[in-house]
Design a protein around this ligand. Structure first.
Ligand SMILES: C[S@@+](CC[C@H](N)C(=O)[O-])C[C@H]1O[C@@H](n2cnc3c(N)ncnc32)[C@H](O)[C@@H]1O
Length: 293
């Protein structure tokens, strides 16, 4: 039976983690490589309900692909391939991968609504993984699996043309300027997702943080191999603001950017609800993988 990752380090605040929490690879002790992580490694005890869900459903849904270290790397030698999908899901249906599934509301609802599609939930946080197991298990879904790994690492070992769509909804905002490098949407990940997507595959992104929307446009709009296929226009400030300065953005020069209508395949999660309640605008993006120049 797979156990919750007991090695995850303690840290209290997801957004304001000191840089000291960044992982250090130990392969070259004299010149350690600092890996910038999009999440804070936290230990979390599961309440009895979530522990029961883990005990009941981990064998069915949780993929045994993690290296078992605090960095939540993928185990050495593993590759996400068409053969692995066939043997794990038992078919060759299209695969949709959601990065950072949180409590799992969205990915489980999508899996229930689309039995003809395979779904893979990627989440690092124990209670989120356990809650996703609970939701999937209660419905007895057969087309969803969950992996507790750093998504960025999984895309490094995903074989070309294996995934139909990638979803990243309400990624951790990392509001401080010095933490923008920890935002999960980065050109390196985009390159690996581009490689993993099948023809006409798309990466759907949504955020309620205006500064993150600007970040997505900066990373993605002119990146080789991607086409922004949105159909609506959004006005955004042209400069970044740090934490606590978001109000300043209204007075900054703005420009128009192309974005998408709300993705109809997304259910309202608590993260989106909180954003809406706080009066924030939701930004949806659809980037299609096209041939590299
Ligand atoms: C703000 S929450 C949003 C959750 C969910 N998408 C929603 O809308 O409710 C972001 C989630 O991404 C997860 N996350 C951050 N970086 C990740 C990574 N590199 N791999 C997998 N999950 C990650 C976090 O643990 C967190 O649960």
């Amino acid at each position: 039976m797979t156990e919750p990752n007991a090695a995850i380090e303690q840290a209290q605040n997801t957004q304001e983690a000191p840089d000291a929490l960044e992982a250090t690879q130990t392969t070259a002790p004299s010149h350690p490589i600092h890996k910038v992580l999009s999440f804070v490694r936290r230990s979390a005890r599961l309440d009895p309900r979530l522990q029961r869900a883990w005990d009941n459903y981990a064998d069915t849904y949780l993929l045994d692909i993690a290296a078992g270290n605090a960095r939540l790397d993928v185990r050495e030698g593993f590759a996400l391939s068409k053969e692995y999908i066939q043997s794990t899901w038992g078919n060759s249906n299209p695969l949709i991968v959601e990065i950072g599934t949180g409590q799992g509301e969205n990915v489980v609802a999508a899996a229930a609504a689309h039995p003809e599609t395979n779904f893979l939930a990627l989440e690092v946080y124990d209670p989120g993984v356990a809650h996703t197991l609970l939701l999937a298990g209660k419905q007895g879904l057969t087309n969803i699996r969950i992996a507790q790994v750093n998504a960025a690492e999984l895309f490094k070992v995903t074989e070309p043309s294996t995934i139909a769509e990638v979803w990243t909804f309400f990624p951790d905002p990392w509001p401080k300027k010095k933490h923008h490098k920890r935002r999960i949407v980065q050109s390196e990940l985009a390159g690996n997702i581009h490689n993993a997507l099948a023809d006409d595959g798309v990466w759907r992104i949504a955020t309620d943080i205006e500064d993150y929307a600007l970040h997505v446009h900066e990373v993605m709009d002119h990146l080789d191999g991607w086409q922004n296929i949105g159909t609506i226009t959004a006005s955004l400030p042209l400069e970044h603001v740090g934490k606590g300065n978001a109000d300043m953005a209204a007075d900054m020069p703005h420009a128009d950017f192309t974005e998408s209508e709300r993705f109809s395949g997304r259910v309202l999660t608590n993260f989106e609800k909180k954003g809406l309640e706080a009066g924030r605008v939701i930004h949806d993006f659809t980037y299609q993988a096209v041939a590299l120049r």
